[in-house]
Design a protein around this ligand. Structure first.
Ligand code: AMP
Length: 279
């Protein structure tokens, strides 16, 4: 059965009246063009909650002026077909005009964290993300929101926002879903040609190699990083950053610890890909 579509805020209020407010509502925010990574979040929400709302909204404010807002892949009919196997689910598809009406002026900035790594190469990106997620939470009013660790920095920033703004929603992180060959699923993988897809495997391969080096006793971050750079350079990947961070504090690590996670962003051709792994 096709899920209920909630095209705007008025209909969202009607939906709220329809479901009992004592029942748990789970929320999965997405930009659509759904793949198994998104569906893993939906599956978990459906399992854990009486009702689930999935939002599909390509949020203009998180795209830079030279980024791919206009060409970002969209296919609502296919998304609805993929969601039709789930029960008790509704799909919120607001328009940009309704989320950002003329004279819109309020922005949520999670300082410092938003300027590092992905934020450094995508100025304003996390301001757009934090703002839209804050607005969507105010509209949807879920108990729990499901997000993928694929976007690890995004999870960390939004958890900070929930704490700082006393938003009574739990962010449930979910593991990265990969293709059989290791490539982390992403709507943007559709931009990759078959040969670029092959080259893009270097992200996962470099992370796996780092994990193996650490498991074999290597503790020198510079040596591990040099090997990762080597693997990525061989595939002509253009490295934006490779960061070794403490996943509980988001601070850079100078030596490996039990909390080290490696984050990386690499351009393959014109497509910017991100991935990460706990070491
Ligand atoms: P997006 O549509 O790219 O904004 O992603 C919506 C949600 O799906 C975010 O919480 C992402 O972290 C999550 N997500 C995207 N790709 C994956 C993946 N490969 N595995 C798990 N979660 C993912």
């Amino acid at each position: 059965m096709k899920p209920i579509v909630i095209p705007g805020i008025t209909q969202l209020h009607n939906y709220h009246r329809m479901i009992s407010n004592t029942q748990r509502l789970g929320f999965v925010p997405t930009m659509g063009f759904l793949h198994s990574g998104h569906l893993s979040l939906v599956e978990r929400s459906v399992r854990e909650n009486a009702h689930t709302i999935v939002s599909i909204f390509v949020n203009p404010s998180q795209f830079g002026p030279t980024e791919d807002l206009a060409t970002y892949p969209r296919d609502l009919e296919k998304d609805l077909a993929l969601l039709s196997k789930f029960d008790n689910i509704a799909v919120f598809t607001p328009t940009a005009q309704e989320i950002y009406p003329p004279n819109y002026r309020t922005w949520v900035t999670v300082s410092e964290l938003s300027e590092q790594y992905c934020g450094a190469s995508r100025p304003g990106h996390f301001r757009g993300v934090a703002t839209v997620v804050c607005k969507l939470l105010n509209l949807v009013v879920p108990k729990i929101m499901y997000m993928g660790e694929k976007d690890f920095q995004q999870c960390f920033i939004l958890e900070q926002m929930l704490r700082d703004l006393n938003i009574p929603v739990l962010l449930q992180r979910c593991p990265i879903v990969r293709e059989f060959d290791g490539l982390a699923l992403s709507s943007r993988n559709t931009y990759l040609s078959p040969s670029e897809h092959e080259r893009a495997l270097c992200l996962h391969k470099s992370l796996i190699t780092a994990k193996e080096m650490a498991a074999n006793g290597e503790n020198d971050i510079n040596k591990i990083k040099a090997k990762m750079i080597d693997i990525i350079n061989k595939e002509q990947g253009n490295i934006d950053y490779i960061a070794f961070i403490n996943e509980t504090t988001f601070q850079p690590e100078s030596a490996l610890t039990a909390h080290t996670r490696i984050l990386l962003a690499v351009k393959i051709g014109t497509t910017r890909l991100i991935d990460n792994m706990k070491i």
